[in-house]
Design a protein around this ligand. Structure first.
Ligand SMILES: *[C@@H]1O[C@H](CO)[C@@H](O)[C@H](O)[C@H]1NC(C)=O
Ligand SMILES: *[C@@H]1O[C@H](CO)[C@@H](O)[C@H](O)[C@H]1NC(C)=O
Ligand SMILES: *[C@@H]1O[C@H](CO)[C@@H](O)[C@H](O)[C@H]1NC(C)=O
Ligand SMILES: *[C@@H]1O[C@H](CO)[C@@H](O)[C@H](O)[C@H]1NC(C)=O
Ligand SMILES: *[C@@H]1O[C@H](CO)[C@@H](O)[C@H](O)[C@H]1NC(C)=O
Ligand SMILES: *[C@@H]1O[C@H](CO)[C@@H](O)[C@H](O)[C@H]1NC(C)=O
Ligand SMILES: *[C@@H]1O[C@H](CO)[C@@H](O)[C@H](O)[C@H]1NC(C)=O
Ligand SMILES: *[C@@H]1O[C@H](CO)[C@@H](O)[C@H](O)[C@H]1NC(C)=O
Ligand SMILES: *[C@@H]1O[C@H](CO)[C@@H](O)[C@H](O)[C@H]1NC(C)=O
Ligand SMILES: [Cu+2]
Length: 834
C-alpha cells in the first residue's frame, strides 16, 4: 500500500527523471522485441527499430516481426509489420521529417537460407513462405513518424514497403546513403546479394565481381537519372560497402572506403582523390571504425572536419572474399588509431589526414554519438576482430571450431569513452566515471542520441538467425547511457524554440529562464550555446546523416537573471546541414536542455531557399544578475565543450554594448602530424592460402559446404538439385552453396548468367528482372494473403508507373502514402509527430 506521501514521491520522481539517472551509468531499460540492427529517432516520443528478417519470437500478422517502435517515455516496444527484408539496409531522413530505408537482402527463411520462392536469377528469393519476407534488395521503404496522439494502425503511421510501387534501380545491400543540399539522397554502391567483403579472391573483376558487386550510385528521387558507375567503388573494390559519406560545404561529397578517400561531385560524377588513410587502417565495414563529422561551429566557419577512430589494419589478403575472412579475425586487435581530415580547408591548403589521440582501447564497430555538449561518445564494438559473421574462416574450417560462434569479433568493448574535440592534444579521451555495460554489443548493434540527451544502445546479433545461446547471442535488451551532465538536477528549460529553421534570414530569440541555471548570469550567458543535432540513422556502427551545428548567437542578460539568446537561423547554405528534422538543445554551463524537434529548411525536396544571415545584436551583460537554480547541482564551465556564445566580451559594465568577434583560433584541428609507429602486426596468412589464387566464384566447387548443423541451414548447393531449405527447383547449372558469412542466404551471381526462374513461377515484385517489364505481379500464384494488400496482384491497383523503363521503378515525386499509390484503404487519421 502506498501512503499519500510515497505517491507524492513517485509523482516527483516521474516529473524529474534526471535525478534518477546517474551520470555515467548504463541502465538496462527494456525489450526491443526485434534485435535493433537499425534505429532512428522519429520524433520526441518514438524510436523506430529494424532488424533483419529472422526468427524472432515476436510475431506480427502471422510471421516473425523484424520491425518495432519504441516508446521513449515508457521504454516499451510494439512490433510493426515490415514486408521486405531490411537486412543491412541504409537509411536517411527526408526534408519533411519522414524516413526512408534503402535496399537489403533477398527473401530468406530459417537459418538464413534462401526463401522459398526464387527470383528468376535462381540465386535469391522473392518471398519466403515461413518468414513471409519479400526481397528487399531494391526496396525503398518510407515511414512517417507518428506520436501517441495518432492512430498507429492507420496506413499513414505504418511502413510503406512495396517495391512494386517504389524501388531503386539496382539491388543494394550495404549501400551508403547521404542527402544532398536539396534533400535528394545519393545511394551509393553495395553488394548485389551480400557477403563478408565485396570481392572475389583474387580480385580480377573489381568492377562487377561477376555480378555480385554494385559499383553504381543513384538518387532518390531519381528525377529520371539512371544509376551510374562510380569509379571510386571500383578502385576500392572489396572494402567498398557502407562507404563513409559526408556532404561538404561546397555541395561535393567526402567519400571514404578501403583505405582510399575522395571528394565526389554528385552532379557531374567527377572525383578528386585525397590522401589514403594513414597506416592502412580500414574504416568501412567490416573493419567498421567509428566516424563522425565534428561539430560545425561559428568558430570553424561551419567547415566540416571528419574524424575516424578504430577499425582494422588487417593486411589486404586477410579480408578474404565474399565467403569469409582468410584469417581468424577475432585474434587480430582492432585499431586504436584516430585520424582527422578537413576535406576542404578554407586556407586553400591541401587536405591531409592528421593524427589524433589514440582511443583508450582498440575498437571495431565502435560508433560515435555527438552529444549536445559537442563531445563525442564512442560506444559499442569489440577490441578484436571485425564486423560480419561466418560459420568458418579459411583457417577455422568448421563451425564447431569457431570460438565465438559466428562472431568475427571478440573482446567486447563494454565501457563508453568520450572524446573532446576541443581539448588539447593528448587529453581528448576520457572514460572516467563511466560504468561498464554487461551486454556485449558487437555486430548488428546500434546507438542513438535521445531527445533527453541520453543515449539509447541496443541490438547486437552476430548470428545468421536468432540464436540466444550463442557466445554473443541475439540481443533484445536496450540500455540507456547517461552522460556526465545527468549529474545535474536542473536541466535548462529554454523557451521560444521555433518549429522551423530557415537557411539564413532574421534571427530569433530563445529565453533561458533564471530557474534554469545557477551562479553568475554573465558567466552562464558566456557558457551557453544552441546546438542543432541530427542524431542520424544508426546501423553497423554508423549514424548515417548524424550532424551537429552550433547556431551563431549572442545574448542579452536581463536584470531578473533570465538570458535572451539572439540566434541566427541555419547558415545560408543547405549543404552545411541538409534539410529535414533535427533537435535543438540549449546547453548552459555544460548542461543541455531536452531537445526540441524542428524542421530545417522548406520541408520539401527542392533547392532550399536561402537569404543572408541578419546581423546579431551585440551582447548585453548584467553584472548582478544570477540564476536561481540550486547551485550545487548545475554544470561546470569546463564541460561546455561545444564552445560558447560567439560574442567576445570586452568589459563587464552593466548593460554595456560590446564589440563582437569570433572567439579565438579555430578549434584545435591544427595538430602536428605524427606518424604512428609502424607496429602493424602482420597477420600470418594461413598457408592454406599459398598458391590458391583461384577462388573466383566461378571456380568454387559446388556442394563444398555440405556440412550442416542443426538449426543452421546452408544455402543452396548443387546444380539444380534443390538442396537447401526451401530453395529447390533452381534451373541453374553452377549453383554454389554459399552462406555463412554476413551473406546469409547469399549466392553471388556470375556475370552473364541469366536464370529463367524455371520451377519458380512465384510472385516476384522484381519479375521485371532488371525492369524489363512492368508486369511485376503477372504471376498466377497466390502467395500473398489477402491482408497483404500492397503486394496483391490486384486489378484495382492504381500505380502511376514512371513512363520510361530506364528509370527503373523509382517513382519520382511519388508519395507512396498518397491515395493514388496506396493500395489499401486506410483513413489517414495520423499526423506527423513532433
Ligand atoms: C583495397 O583496394 C585496393 C586497390 O586500391 C585493392 O587492391 C585491395 O584488394 C582492396 N582491399 C580489400 C580488402 O578489398
Ligand atoms: C585478442 O587479440 C589479442 C592480440 O592478438 C590476443 O592476445 C587475444 O587473445 C585476443 N582475444 C581473444 C578473445 O581472442
Ligand atoms: C547457437 O549457437 C550455439 C553455440 O555456438 C550453437 O551450438 C547452436 O547450434 C546455435 N543455434 C542455432 C539455432 O543456430
Ligand atoms: C563537474 O565537475 C565535477 C568535478 O570535476 C564532475 O564530477 C562532474 O561530473 C561535472 N559535471 C558535469 C555536468 O560535467
Ligand atoms: C525532459 O524530457 C523528459 C522526458 O524524456 C521529461 O521527463 C523531463 O521532465 C524533461 N525535462 C525538462 C527539463 O524539460
Ligand atoms: C555570427 O554573427 C556575427 C554577428 O552577426 C557575425 O559577425 C559573424 O560573422 C557570424 N559568424 C558566422 C560564422 O556566421
Ligand atoms: C565558470 O567560470 C567563471 C569564470 O569564467 C567562474 O567565475 C564561475 O564561477 C564558473 N562557474 C561554475 C559553475 O563553475
Ligand atoms: C572464397 O575463397 C574460398 C577459398 O579460400 C573459396 O572456398 C570460396 O569459394 C570463395 N568464395 C567465393 C564466393 O568465391
Ligand atoms: C514526406 O515525403 C515522402 C516522399 O515524398 C512521402 O512519402 C511522405 O508521405 C511525406 N511525409 C509526410 C508526413 O507527408
Ligand atoms: Cu550487416
Amino acid at each position: 500500500m502506498h501512503s499519500p506521501l510515497s505517491l507524492l514521491a513517485l509523482g516527483l520522481a516521474a516529473a524529474l527523471p534526471a535525478i534518477a539517472a546517474n551520470a555515467g551509468s548504463i541502465v538496462e531499460v527494456g525489450d526491443t522485441k526485434v534485435s535493433a540492427m537499425m534505429m532512428f529517432v522519429g520524433n520526441s516520443e518514438k524510436v523506430y527499430i529494424l532488424d533483419k528478417a529472422e526468427g524472432n519470437n515476436e510475431q506480427v500478422n502471422g510471421h516473425p516481426a523484424w520491425g518495432s517502435v519504441w516508446d521513449i517515455a515508457s521504454n516499451q516496444a510494439t512490433v510493426m509489420d515490415v514486408k521486405t527484408n531490411v537486412f543491412c539496409a541504409s537509411g536517411m531522413h527526408l526534408p519533411n521529417g519522414s524516413y526512408v530505408t534503402f535496399g537489403g537482402n533477398g527473401a530468406i527463411t530459417k537459418g538464413g537460407n534462401i526463401g522459398s520462392e526464387l527470383n528468376p536469377d535462381g540465386v535469391s528469393a522473392a518471398f519466403d513462405q515461413t518468414y513471409q519476407d519479400f526481397d528487399g534488395r531494391k526496396a525503398i521503404r518510407v515511414l512517417n513518424p507518428c506520436t501517441n496522439s495518432d492512430n498507429f494502425d492507420s496506413a499513414q503511421c505504418q511502413w510503406f514497403d512495396d517495391p512494386s510501387v517504389l524501388s531503386m534501380q539496382k539491388n543494394r545491400w550495404y549501400s551508403a546513403a547521404e542527402p544532398l543540399g536539396d534533400g535528394r539522397i545519393a545511394i551509393i554502391g553495395g553488394f548485389v546479394n551480400g557477403g563478408y567483403v565485396n570481392r572475389n579472391w583474387p580480385n580480377t573483376d573489381p568492377a562487377t565481381e561477376g555480378g555480385a558487386a554494385e559499383p553504381t550510385y543513384e538518387f532518390y528521387p531519381s528525377n529520371g537519372e539512371q544509376a551510374q558507375v562510380m569509379q571510386f567503388m571500383i578502385d576500392t573494390s572489396g572494402l567498398n560497402s557502407y562507404a563513409h559519406t559526408f556532404l561538404l560545404k561546397s555541395g561535393k561529397m567526402f567519400v571514404q572506403a578501403n583505405i582510399s578517400t575522395m571528394i565526389w561531385e554528385p552532379e557531374t560524377n567527377q572525383e578528386t582523390r585525397l590522401p589514403d588513410m594513414p597506416g592502412g587502417v580500414a574504416r568501412v565495414y567490416p573493419a567498421s571504425g567509428a566516424t563522425a563529422m565534428l561539430p560545425l561551429t561559428p568558430a570553424n566557419n561551419y567547415n566540416p572536419t571528419i574524424l575516424f577512430c578504430g577499425g582494422s589494419d588487417l593486411p589486404d589478403e586477410a579480408w578474404g572474399n565474399y565467403s569469409w575472412p582468410f584469417v581468424n579475425t577475432w585474434e587480430h586487435p582492432a585499431s586504436t588509431d584516430c585520424q582527422r581530415i578537413t576535406p576542404e580547408p578554407e586556407d586553400g591548403s591541401s587536405p591531409v589526414y592528421v593524427q589524433d589521440d589514440d582511443m583508450l582501447e582498440g575498437r571495431t564497430m565502435g560508433q560515435f554519438i555527438i552529444l549536445p555538449t559537442g563531445k563525442l561518445l564512442v560506444v559499442n564494438g569489440g577490441k578484436n576482430g571485425t564486423a560480419g559473421y561466418a560459420d568458418r574462416t579459411l583457417v577455422t574450417l568448421t563451425y564447431g571450431e569457431m570460438p565465438f560462434g559466428m562472431s568475427l569479433a571478440s573482446d567486447p568493448a563494454l565501457t563508453p569513452a568520450e572524446y573532446d574535440p576541443t581539448a588539447a592534444q593528448g587529453k581528448r579521451w576520457s572514460n572516467s566515471g563511466f560504468q561498464t555495460s554487461n551486454i556485449p554489443r558487437l555486430y548488428h548493434s546500434s546507438a542513438i542520441l535521445l531527445p533527453d540527451a541520453s543515449v539509447m544502445i541496443a541490438g547486437g546479433n552476430p548470428n545468421v538467425d536468432v540464436n540466444t545461446t550463442a557466445p554473443f547471442p541475439t540481443t533484445y535488451t536496450a540500455e540507456i547511457f547517461y552522460p556526465s551532465y545527468f549529474s545535474a538536477t536542473t536541466r535548462p528549460q529554454p523557451q521560444g524554440i521555433p518549429s522551423t529553421l530557415s537557411y539564413g534570414g532574421s534571427s530569433f530569440d530563445i529565453t533561458v529562464p533564471t530557474s534554469s541555471y545557477s551562479g553568475s548570469a554573465n558567466d552562464a550567458a558566456d557558457n551557453t550555446h544552441v546546438a542543432v543535432i541530427r542524431p542520424g540513422w544508426t546501423t553497423h556502427a554508423m549514424n548515417m546523416g548524424q550532424r551537429y551545428l552550433q547556431l551563431n548567437s549572442t545574448y542579452t542578460v536581463n536584470s531578473d537573471g533570465s538570458i535572451t539568446l539572439h540566434c541566427s537561423q541555419m547558415p545560408p547554405n543547405a549543404n552545411i546541414f541538409q534539410p529535414g528534422p533535427a533537435m535543438v538543445f540549449v546547453v548552459v554551463n555544460g548542461i543541455p536542455s531536452n531537445g526540441t524537434f524542428v524542421t530545417v529548411g522548406s520541408g520539401n525536396i527542392e533547392t532550399q531557399p536561402t537569404s543572408d544571415a541578419a546581423a546579431l545584436p551585440a551582447n548585453v551583460r548584467f553584472d548582478s544578475a544570477s540564476g536561481s537554480a540550486d547551485g550545487s547541482s548545475t554544470g561546470n564551465n569546463t564541460s561546455n565543450a561545444g564552445g560558447s556564445n560567439t560574442g567576445a566580451i570586452i568589459g563587464g559594465v552593466v548593460g554595456a554594448v560590446v564589440v563582437l568577434g569570433i572567439i579565438g583560433a579555430l578549434v584545435g584541428i591544427c595538430l602536428s602530424r605524427r606518424r604512428r609507429a609502424a607496429n602493424r602486426q602482420d597477420t600470418n596468412l594461413p598457408s592454406a592460402m599459398a598458391g590458391k589464387n583461384s577462388y573466383a566464384m566461378s571456380n568454387a566447387p559446388s556442394g563444398s559446404f555440405a556440412t550442416t548443423q542443426a538449426g543452421m541451414g546452408y544455402a543452396v548447393a548443387g546444380a539444380g538439385a534443390g538442396a537447401g531449405a526451401g530453395a529447390g527447383g533452381v534451373g541453374r547449372d553452377e549453383m554454389r552453396g554459399l552462406r555463412s558469412s554476413d551473406s546469409s542466404a547469399f549466392l553471388p551471381v556470375e556475370q552473364g548468367y541469366s536464370g529463367n526462374g524455371a520451377g519458380n513461377g512465384g510472385y516476384n515484385p522484381y519479375s521485371a528482372g532488371g525492369n524489363a517489364s512492368r508486369e511485376w505481379g503477372a504471376s498466377s500464384t497466390n502467395l500473398v494473403p489477402q491482408d497483404h494488400e500492397p503486394y496483391r496482384d490486384s486489378p484495382q491497383m492504381n500505380h502511376q508507373f514512371y513512363p520510361t523503363r530506364e528509370n527503373g521503378m523509382s517513382m519520382d515525386g511519388l508519395d507512396p502514402y498518397s491515395d493514388a499509390s496506396r493500395m489499401r484503404a486506410g483513413t489517414p487519421t495520423g499526423r506527423r509527430g513532433y
